[in-house]
Design a protein around this ligand. Sequence first.
Ligand code: NAD
Ligand code: ZN
Length: 341
Amino acid sequence: MTALVKAKPEPGLWMESRPVPEIGPDDVLIRVKKTGICGTDIHIWNWDAWAERTVPVGLVTGHEFAGEIVDVGRNVTDLRIGQRCSGEGHLIGHHSRQSRSGKFHLDPETRGIGVNEQGAFAHYLRLPAFNVVPLPDEIDDEIGAILDPLGNAVHTALSFDLVGEDVLITGAGPIGIMAAAVARHVGARHVVITDVNPARLELAAKVADCTPVNVAQEDLKDVIARLKLAQGFDVGMEMSGNQQALDQMVENLVMGGRIALLGIPPGKSPVDWSRIVFKAITIKGVYGREIFETWYKMIAMLTNGLDIRPVITHRFKVAEFREGFETMRSGLSGKVVLDWT
Ligand code: NAD
Ligand code: ZN
């Protein structure tokens, strides 16, 4: 089979021929149809310090996928050949206290496909049957291929009650934009999304009914006045990993405001803790997706009117993967999907 491999410890990915993975008794074999390129894949392509530390050379990359089950292990009774699916890319252990109490997404032994384990940028993917998420007919393969990042957005957005709340999202990357669509879908009042990249803000306004704000040009205090918010935003979702964005969020939240942090800062970053204390702000770190509650909720929303398709701005055949990665690296795109069929 063909796969996109981190074949050398230097920037790039290489298309190589690999044997089709062998499955164990509790696994399934998936024929991959569509895959999404993630910011994580860009780190791996660039071979930055994190990637060098984390990713073994020789790894098949990729973790955002949709496909079809073509083989099942002998213990697998609830999935069948021919079934369309996506799947959770976090492979968890089943021994920790967290796992044994059903909080699978908090298992400390979690390993990621396409990061620590063989990934989905290949014609075939082996996955534990436990991780498979069957897709209903209403969700096609390209949407199926971006459920992983949509899941990040949904996990973050559902961290706090948003009904009737004024919401601030910092960072209009694909995940921030999808979070804006989710916040609107579940009944937020005002949804404001910030960025410093006009292309991303333009896309945000196309995908979600939200107020885009370029914080390089406009002060959030003016936006609060314009929208006639009494004190500021009730809930913040940090989706940029940028220090200034987090500072602005804390500054413009109401007393008792709540923040869900998904964005990953590049290193240690200073926080004005006394501001957080005196504003009585609650902060929650968000990692991955809740397994499998986030998957349940997002599929329910997608089959009930949530439309995030316009966040996919580019589609390429896998042979054109270099263009796909260049497009993603430009910072001007939304999601980029590769076609393996
Ligand atoms: P992305 O890099 O595509 O988007 C981030 C956006 O933030 C960019 O559009 C950038 O222009 C914008 N930005 C930069 N400075 C800003 C500022 N001062 N104010 C507002 N916006 C600013 O990222 P993405 O793929 O959408 O992911 C969002 C974040 O979530 C990233 O930090 C990513 O690493 C992180 N992430 C975390 C998890 C997790 O499990 N916690 C999972 C996936 C992604
Ligand atoms: Zn991803």
